[in-house]
Design a protein around this ligand. Structure first.
Ligand code: AMP
Ligand code: ZN
Length: 112
């Protein structure tokens, strides 16, 4: 499958990884939208949140748990934002489910 995040998960494309275990990988976004911008992805290919199945619930929980833990590690004590762009109108560009962890500046609401 020609999926860039599957290739990062497999190690065949380099990324600045901050965490890796049997289920997930976290790495710095190549085009950061905040001083800290990290992506947390499952190693399993799931195209988007809309493609997740009931059995994926524990894995989705792991992604959020990792995001919160990495935020602590990165010193984002004043807060941060976790985003899952889903589908074309959600702004999803890479069709492999990912959690954006953004921090280090004031976030605004509503998002664009
Ligand atoms: P999304 O728009 O939610 O699909 O976000 C995809 C994100 O992946 C964007 O923020 C990109 O900057 C990021 N991205 C794309 N290719 C890479 C890569 N090779 N390494 C790290 N981040 C990437
Ligand atoms: Zn993939």
């Amino acid at each position: 499958m020609d999926c860039i995040f599957c290739k990062i998960a497999a190690g065949s494309i380099p990324a600045k990884k901050v965490r890796e275990n049997d289920q997930l990988v976290a790495f710095f976004d190549i085009d950061p939208k905040a001083p800290t911008h990290i992506l947390v992805i499952p190693k399993k290919h799931i195209a988007s949140l809309g493609h997740a199945e009931p059995g994926d619930a524990p894995l989705l929980g792991r992604l959020l748990e990792a995001a919160a833990d990495i935020a602590r590690e990165q010193g984002l004590s004043q807060g941060y934002r976790v985003v899952m762009n889903t589908g074309p109108e959600g702004g999803q560009v890479v069709d492999h489910l990912h959690v954006h962890l953004l921090g280090g500046r004031q976030m605004h609401w509503p998002p664009g």
